[in-house]
Write a new protein. Sequence first.
Length: 437
Amino acid sequence: MRLALLGCGTVGGEVVRLLHEQAADLAARIGAPLEIAGIAVRRVGRDRGDLPVDPALFTTDPLGLIKRDDVDVVVEVVGGIEPARSWLVEALRAGKSVVTANKALLAEDGATLHDAAAEGGADLYYEASVAGAIPLLRPLRESLHGDRINRVTGIVNGTTNFILSAMDATGTGFAEALEEATELGYAEADPTADVEGFDAAAKAAILASLAFHTRVTAAHVHREGITEVTAADVASAKAMGCTIKLLCIAARGVDAAGRETVSVRVHPAMIPLTHPLASVGDAFNAVFVEAEAAGQLMFYGRGAGGAPTASAVLGDVVAVARNRLAGARAASESAYADLSVRPMGEALTRYHISLDVADRPGVLESVAGVFARHEVSIATVRQGPAGGGPAGRGSEAELVIVTHVAPDAALAATVRELRGLEIVRSVASVLRVEGGA
């Protein structure tokens, strides 16, 4: 079985190493040896250290490599939308199986790849696109096909989890925790995709598509990053017996007309320390799946890095190679449900709101009236002097309010009205609360 490898960076280099080191075992598992037909790169002459590969295999012509008759499987670890999409469509339409780690492409236009795979009768596998080495997509795609998944909640970005874990452990602010993550290699020089939630949103779209048999794209996902999370937010979460995580949440529900829908969102949220995801620290990933028959399942492990991601890539390579030798094909895309995606305003959630207010009689009554007008029920209220200083007539006080579950639109409208009250000096913090009653 001959492979065309597109890309030879951190992940691609590890794929080459594992193919070399585990050649005998991989051949035994598949029933035939795996050989690299060629490796498409930007610069052929680049120093690649002691990579165990013949330099003659490198080429700057990926499309020419894909079109070769002796190529059976195309492995793409380049990333981005174009030209990766064109390369993979070419391969799939020609009947060549594809293994990709390209979450951005799958989340933006996975439909085009699935359609090309169906047209060419080829396999499309992408376990490495979400949560690195964690075996997650295959269980959603195959193992749980006899069940009904109702909700998927996950920590799927290691960089943001490291930052929030550091803030929780040391009390440091976001900027300082990001600097530490960058120094340790957990954050890119430009961390925007991670800290603003773009990476997690792409993964959320892929998870929702598989879990709910519906084509969900990144454009459907409500996205918020962690840049506004403060040390005070983390301290407030601790006071409630919670911690803050950047969560991707995909859930079934019904709209106003009673039709089944799905909601997909990515945002920071407080979760109780008793929740299974609360203990996931450092740069680890974990995904919590709730199914009707199987119950609660959790998948945990390293979600990024060259070796873990390459492990997932090679797992897919073994699967597609076996299928080709057997003259078989994996199950095609399952998008039969075709559920509509609810807007964020209809998602049911809870809010934690911290207000700096005037310290005078009637303030709590006025604030409570705003919640009542928007039909949002208050679960708890904590009141004290702002900044921990002495209270007194004319000074400021802090109100920390946690709501019961309500539509996000009603909660957002409540916060907007609160910002306009004369007695509210500022809305210091707004965070969603998940995983509690």
